[in-house]
Design a protein around this ligand. Structure first.
Ligand SMILES: [Zn+2]
Ligand SMILES: [Zn+2]
Length: 103
């Protein structure tokens, strides 16, 4: 199974294409931009409470046969927050003081 490579930030809806260096994901592939992770979420996933890591790019060039964005296209299903901004802020405030490895 390949990563879905979701097309946008759930928080601000910024486009995050497969080659974006700004995409961040949690272990469930909740996807946000680096700016929202740092300044809005404080490295707390609104959906699961885990932290984030940079999402690797998927090459557009088939450097090896059958593995590139043409063979495994990114998802085109935009995902949006299912919690209010107030709820997300409260959740982040509650969880952010706990180191990700201790959550
Ligand atoms: Zn964002
Ligand atoms: Zn998550």
């Amino acid at each position: 199974m390949a990563l879905q490579l979701r097309p946008n930030c759930e928080y601000c809806d910024k486009d995050l294409p497969a080659n974006s260096m700004e995409a961040r994901i949690c272990s469930y592939e909740c996807t946000f931009c680096a700016d929202c992770v740092e300044n809005k979420l404080h490295n707390v996933c609104p959906n699961c409470g885990g932290g984030f890591a940079p999402r690797p790019i998927r090459p557009a060039t088939p450097w090896r046969a059958g593995v590139c964005t043409e063979a495994h296209p990114p998802s085109n299903k935009r995902v949006h927050l299912k919690f209010s901004l107030d709820d997300v802020a409260e959740h982040s405030a509650r969880v952010q003081e706990i180191r990700p490895e201790d959550r």
